[in-house]
Design a protein around this ligand. Structure first.
Ligand code: MTE
Length: 323
């Protein structure tokens, strides 16, 4: 996040997948994947014959149109080569270059804290019971760029409810893997490691909050947070923690990585608020990555356009202070 001007200069006018191409690809998927659907085992599509072990390329899911925006999605190339994942470097193309050999299987998630069901769960335990859906969400980065991404995942609240949080659970904390051997960025002090994020319980239970395992109908590429990552579309992108290995139910607001490193720049709530400038730049407008990266900027919408659904979560709060 710190190398903003240098990074912006690096944006390639990469192609956007035209929506018609994307839709016809989806129609293909819907038809061709009928077979995969028949092979699905609790949300897991088995590898087709001849495919190597490990996650198959296609996922079985249904698009949630009610929760999808109409904006044209960015191309797979844009989404998978331009993002922030400091564990693999601070440059926008670093994650796609440095995360290729990152091992995401086997994978475990430790669940702890104020809940009746805690312990270690395999990735399969985490994913299996959940029907998968595709949701096309806008992503608004705190660095004032944005994208539109067709995620595949399941509602965060459905997962959290399986752990039966107690009345003491007021917040939920998420933690990324700490493995400096695999994550070269963790050998530097650019951030405090491991990366930590958190939500208030009612935010986490909001139906828009998504646990993603895929994008564009495929399992997540490593650079986008495989095998499990959070998407909270009304908040700045840094809430969307990647490669999650820990979920902890807590009574107090967790110390999150970005708020911990610069509380005056990255607040805990991180709700997209075009009226509150970042101390070093305006949040009033944004640059949509893709074909129009050098075109006019567009206005940023309160709560990233999701105000009708989420503004009530914050009634009575001063969102200039609780930014
Ligand atoms: N998660 C981890 N573990 N490490 C990171 O550096 N960066 C965040 C978020 N999640 C980050 C992270 C930021 S700043 C953004 S904008 C999003 O990931 C961007 O990634 P995406 O485009 O894949 O959503």
């Amino acid at each position: 996040m710190r190398k903003r001007s240098a990074d912006l200069a690096k944006i390639k006018p990469s192609e956007i997948t035209p929506e018609d191409q994307y839709l016809s690809r989806r129609a293909l998927l819907a038809g061709g994947i009928g077979l995969a659907a028949a092979q699905t085992l609790g949300g897991f599509a088995r590898p087709a014959i001849g495919q190597s072990a490990g996650p198959p390329t296609a996922l079985t899911y249904a698009r949630n149109t009610a929760f999808s925006v109409k904006d044209a999605p960015n191309s797979y190339a844009d989404i998978s080569t331009y993002n922030n994942y400091y564990e693999f470097g601070t440059g926008k193309s670093d994650p796609s270059e440095n995360a290729q050999n990152f091992r995401t299987r086997p994978w475990n998630v430790a669940v702890s804290g104020e809940a009746e069901v805690t312990g270690n769960f395999t990735l399969e335990d985490i994913i299996k019971p959940h029907p998968l859906e595709e949701r096309v969400y806008r992503l608004r980065c705190v660095e004032a760029w944005s994208m539109v991404i067709p995620w595949v995942g399941f509602p965060l609240r459905d997962l959290l409810n399986r752990f039966k949080p107690t009345a003491n659970a007021k917040f939920v904390e998420f933690k990324t893997l700490f493995d400096p051997k695999q994550m070269p960025g963790q050998r530097t002090r650019v951030l405090e490691w491991p990366y930590v994020e958190g939500l208030r319980m009612d935010e986490a239970m909001h139906p828009l909050a998504l646990m993603a395992i895929g994008l564009y109908g495929k399992w997540l590429p490593n650079q986008n947070g495989a095998p499990l990552r959070l998407i909270v579309p009304w908040k700045y992108g840094f809430k969307g923690i990647k490669a999650i290995v820990g979920i902890r139910f807590v009574q107090r607001a967790p110390r999150t990585t970005w708020a911990g490193s610069a509380v005056n720049e990255y607040g805990f709530y991180a709700n997209v608020n075009p009226e509150v400038d970042h101390p070093r730049w305006s949040q009033a407008t944004e640059r949509r990555i893709g074909a129009n990266a050098f075109g006019p900027r567009q206005p940023t919408l309160p709560f990233n356009g999701y105000a009708a659904q989420v503004a009530s979560l914050y009634s009575g709060m001063d969102l200039r202070k609780n930014f």
